[in-house]
Write a protein that binds this ligand. Structure first.
Ligand code: ZN
Length: 304
């Protein structure tokens, strides 16, 4: 299964910054070490073009990101300081999702080993998200591949508020988010389907809600392509998650989503989204399991 990475484009962070940047290179190394993907299947992400980014983001926002002229408060909401490397990495991360989307259409499944930056809106970023990679890839698919109906299965523990807002009045893109009710963002947007979970929700109730939602999405919307945001932050060891899913529960979550796409013969594009466990190795294990499940699934996508 082809995987696209952008961790070689390093974003300089001030000392003491709490974003676990090491998880990205750690994941790439783990996939090779454990034989989950071969070196030949690992590709450096191309850069997303400004034209593709403009399918979702406003011209004013893109120009402020490019030139580093965002107001201080808007930059603070993103959570990373501006630098040319921040811009480069954000474009590469979207490029990785675009490349994974093309690969998934050909082969059934592919992954961006980062991305899933679902807190980015058309005109602003927040929560470590500069551009909304999955929204851009959805628009590129519709423009270039004759795909109309798309589903976004967002299993990061935080609501995909940017994605929800971008597709609020779009009946072709079904935005689904299953997340912590009491977690960031505190002002939530309305996705097509939101499942809000109480703090401490564990494996079984989570998986039951997810399985039910997947049936609603596949029967009601019949997506031609699925994006899966496989956030590692519903994990019980996550600093920000507040849910109580185990590593095994998260692996079963991956199986539910990936098997459902496989049964429907629909291509799946996987992105990683958030993960803030104290132990970076746990984040890497959770993401590596997602790739392992997908690589073993043998999805053969139908083109309809
Ligand atoms: Zn998150």
């Amino acid at each position: 299964m082809r995987c696209f990475y952008s961790d070689t484009f390093v974003l300089p962070l001030p000392e003491g910054h709490r974003f676990p940047m090491a998880k990205y290179s750690g994941l790439r190394e783990r996939l090779i070490r454990d034989g989950i993907v071969s070196l030949a299947d690992l590709h450096e992400a191309p850069q997303a073009s400004w034209d593709d980014l403009r399918l979702v983001h406003t011209a004013d926002y893109l120009s402020a990101i490019e030139l580093g002229t965002l107001p201080r408060e808007a930059q603070r909401r993103i959570g990373f300081p501006w630098s040319p490397q921040m811009v480069e990495r954000a474009r590469r991360s979207v490029g990785a999702t675009l490349a994974a989307t093309r690969a998934a259409i050909e082969a059934g499944a592919a992954a961006n080993l980062a991305g899933g930056t679902h807190h980015a809106f058309a005109d602003r970023g927040e929560g470590y998200c500069v551009f909304n990679d999955v929204a851009v890839a959805s628009r590129v698919l519709q423009r270039d591949a004759g795909v109309q109906r798309i589903a976004i299965i967002d299993c990061d523990v935080h609501q995909g508020n940017g994605t929800a807002a971008i597709f609020a009045s779009d009946r072709d893109v079904f935005a689904f988010s299953i997340h912590g009710a009491r977690n960031y963002p505190f002002r939530k947007e309305k996705s097509r389907l939101d499942i809000e979970l109480e703090d401490g929700t564990g494996d079984e109730p989570y998986l039951a809600q997810l399985a039910h939602s997947l049936e609603l999405i596949f029967h009601g919307h019949n997506p031609e392509v699925v994006f899966y945001l496989a956030g590692a932050d519903p994990f019980e060891g996550d600093r920000l998650g507040r849910l109580k899913l185990t590593i095994e529960g998260l692996r079963r979550r991956d199986e539910l989503v990936i098997d459902r796409c496989s049964r429907a013969g629909r291509p799946i594009v996987i992105t990683m989204s958030g993960g803030y466990a104290t132990n970076v190795d746990d984040i890497v294990t959770i993401h590596a399991n997602t790739i392992r499940v997908a690589a073993a699934s043998g999805i053969i996508a139908r083109t309809t």
